[in-house]
Design a protein around this ligand. Structure first.
Ligand SMILES: [Zn+2]
Length: 166
């Protein structure tokens, strides 16, 4: 029993539950007997721990973790994972700005370095654009939506990406 957010660093984010014992200590829920695990707390492999705990449903893992319901260990971990994602999006934005800043300044003074870096970026774009475009369409993004995030018109986005989407 665990909840996983893929692709975030060495240890990633794997959520699970800890059972809170009478004496205030915690053990993994999976190791607790049904009578021991009366209260549980969501925890994550990154070290995050929920500040609140929740009642356990004796002997019922599914009901205890409460996927799909509010105010459950699973919901608490999902909120943690959403925060992680949001943080990484702002890191991505920052990284793109940094690359932009460097290449803009190096294009004249260090053209060979710029060519090498830009060529790698181009290969990266060729690799990720088709995947992202196809996925966005599968998730019902309109060409209007796609154009907006790409800073282009609906028509321009469609023209650029339609070959990648069904
Ligand atoms: Zn985590």
């Amino acid at each position: 029993m665990s909840w996983v957010l893929e692709g975030f660093g060495l240890y990633g984010h794997e959520g699970t539950m800890a059972a809170l014992l009478e004496d205030g200590s915690e053990i993994p829920y999976a190791e607790a007997g049904p009578r021991e695990a009366t209260r549980v707390r969501a925890v994550c492999s990154c070290g995050w721990r929920d500040v609140e705990d929740h009642p356990a449903v004796p002997g019922d893992l599914r009901a205890t973790e409460g996927r799909g319901s509010d105010d459950t260990p699973h919901a608490a971990w999902e909120a943690h994972a959403a925060g992680v994602l949001l943080e990484s999006l702002s890191e991505l934005d920052e990284a793109v700005r940094t690359v932009d800043w460097y290449l803009d300044r190096l294009a004249d003074s260090r053209p060979m370095v710029t060519l090498a870096a830009a060529s790698r970026l181009e290969a990266m774009i060729q690799r990720v654009l088709p995947r992202a475009a196809a996925r966005a369409r599968m998730q019902d993004a309109t060409w209007e939506d796609i154009g907006r995030v790409m800073g282009r018109s609906r028509q321009a986005a469609h023209q650029r990406l339609r070959k990648y989407t069904a």
